[in-house]
Design a protein around this ligand. Structure first.
Ligand SMILES: Cc1ncc(COP(=O)(O)O)c(C=O)c1O
Length: 393
């Protein structure tokens, strides 16, 4: 490996909720235990990004800045080289975060009482966007095959065809289930939504995090018609572990939809833009860090395999779901015979394992754990040993 995927910076008392929550359970820095919850990585940032930020700081000027045309072209170039999608620079609007963007989309394109579809279980802030704006959740429960999840397309189309249904927030790749939707599945989603006038907000924040054998398809790349009926929400944040810089690239190919979104952004913030360091980091990442990403994905894949092998051998009551994309593994622990509350208690107080509890992603997640595996491999091995000891007691 050319890059460092071993060093961990312990983040207790730095404002990291993920680390501070663990500290509340008595874990100290000297314990050398890390949390596996919130979706940022326990890898240091690529040196090319750090150098770009240092260069920016060396100018000693932190003035107002808009995204430059070089920035926008660099983002489009990443889309082309990594995802074979011809995006245009003027489709991009910037928001400080993808969550902000889908909240905004709900506010802009729907009204109170409108139905919004989610394929569940799913990333919990999507439920919040629907609930907090007084929209109605249209719950498309996915089919759990025991190793993966599938969309129940009969149910999906029935719900899309309800005239009150106005929007789908799609999670692609899917958090927490780890799916990378196939082109065929996305095509079906796109066609059903077009047919029934359902706008698609495609949250693709995990788009670069592909496991071997799986290829992400950008929703808007499916056809011009589908592109005109969607927003594609992206960011370099998950891919390069720069979520704290809060810089997202929102692609809206349809000019009317884009204008509406921009007009609304301007109401909240008359001159909408992100911060200068976020732009610099994104540009450096997309220009210089493809190799860092490839190495990072290979460490994540190694961690994935270690977990699958260990659990199959030593803890076969746990079902591990196929990880096609993201660095978030989804584990069904219901056959351990514990209530989900008891499982959480044992993890936190006995095994010192700090996962995201599955129930936060919806009731189907009860008894599941979401394991963030973007960390040095030694921590995965140690966690598995603690898991075995605690669960076989
Ligand atoms: C599907 C999904 N969307 C959005 C986010 C967060 O986006 P941001 O930090 O850009 O608001 C996450 C973080 O885990 C996520 O998994």
């Amino acid at each position: 490996m050319k890059y460092d995927f071993e060093t961990v910076h312990k983040r207790i008392n730095t404002g990291s909720g993920k680390w501070d929550k663990m500290a509340q359970f008595g874990v100290r820095e000297s314990d050398d235990i890390i949390p596996f919850s919130v979706a940022d990585m326990e890898f240091v940032t690529a040196p090319e990004i750090v150098d770009a930020l240092k260069r920016e700081l060396d100018t000693s000027i932190m003035g107002y800045e808009n995204p430059t045309s070089e920035y926008l072209e660099t983002v489009c170039n990443w889309m082309k080289t990594r995802h074979n999608w011809d995006a245009k620079p003027d489709w991009i609007l910037n928001t400080s975060g993808v969550v902000n963007a889908f909240f905004e989309a709900v506010r802009v394109y729907t009204k109170p009482g409108d139905g919004i579809m989610l394929t569940t279980p799913v990333y919990f802030p999507m439920y919040m966007a629907i609930r907090d704006y007084g929209r109605e959740l249209v719950d498309c429960k996915m089919i759990d095959t025991g190793k993966s999840y599938e969309i129940d397309f009969d149910d999906f189309e029935r719900k899309a065809s309800d005239p009150n249904t106005k929007m789908l927030i799609l999670c692609s790749p899917h958090n927490p289930c780890g799916r990378i939707w196939t082109r065929e599945e996305l095509m079906k989603i796109g066609e059903i939504c077009l047919k029934h006038n359902v706008l698609v907000v495609s949250d693709e924040i995990h788009f670069d995090l592909e496991m071997p054998g799986h290829k992400h398809t950008v929703f808007a790349s499916l056809s011009d018609e589908i592109a005109n009926n969607c927003l594609v929400l992206t960011a370099p944040s998950k891919t390069f572990n720069i979520a704290g810089l809060q810089t997202s690239n929102i692609f809206i190919p349809n000019p009317e939809l884009r204008e509406k979104f921009y007009a609304s952004l301007k109401l909240m913030n008359p001159n909408p833009k992100c911060n200068i360091l976020g732009y610099r980091a994104c540009e450096a990442a997309y220009k210089y860090c493809a190799n860092w990403l490839d190495e990072c994905l290979s460490v994540i894949d190694t961690n994935r395999k270690i977990i699958c092998d260990f659990i199959e051998r030593e803890l076969s009551a746990i079902k591990v779901y196929d990880l096609e994309g993201t660095y978030l593994m989804w584990l069904n622990c219901n056959d351990l015979g514990l209530s989900y509350q008891e499982l959480e208690r044992i993890n936190q107080t006995e095994a010192k394992l700090f996962f995201d509890e599955g129930y936060v992603f919806g009731p189907q997640g009860e008894g599941f754990e979401r394991w963030n595996i973007a960390c040095p491999t030694r921590y995965i091995n140690e966690a598995l040993a603690r898991m075995k000891e605690a669960y076989t007691k």
